[in-house]
Ligand binder design. Sequence first.
Ligand SMILES: [Zn+2]
Length: 162
Amino acid sequence: MRTLTEQDIRGSFINCSKGEAKRLAVPRDLDERPWDDLDFLGWRDPGAPDRSYLVTEREDRLVGVAMRFQPARRGFLHRSMCSLCLTTHPRGGVALMTARKAGPAGREGNSVGAYMCTDLACSLYLRGRKVPETGARFEESLTLEEQIARTRGNLSAFLDKL
Ligand SMILES: [Zn+2]
């Protein structure tokens, strides 16, 4: 994806108020992110451990989503798989991210959840730039390009529900 600025990011959020988008923690190392290898930028909020965010491009438009992070329950899901990149991680490596829906549905408290890599580094796992701790990626018969297309499709399907 293209290189984003803090301003791009703050202006992209579809499911939080302008005030929240202005205050939320944007990564400080945007210049050093491997943009060419990212399908989306995802990050955790260092000041609010239950919050995470992702920003991606859809038809040349930026879409940012604020999410709540739900740690895996005790004794539940020893290994689980990210619904975006299909990487399997040991417990803690995948979390249920819930996002408030955009607009009135969100104000009424409706949200959408999906299991995602807790560190939101899906793009890097796909490309082998990051290796899951003791988890693994399936032996894929798909090419990297196909896997990237699938991940983007999965992300798109999630965004469509918001
Ligand atoms: Zn993932």
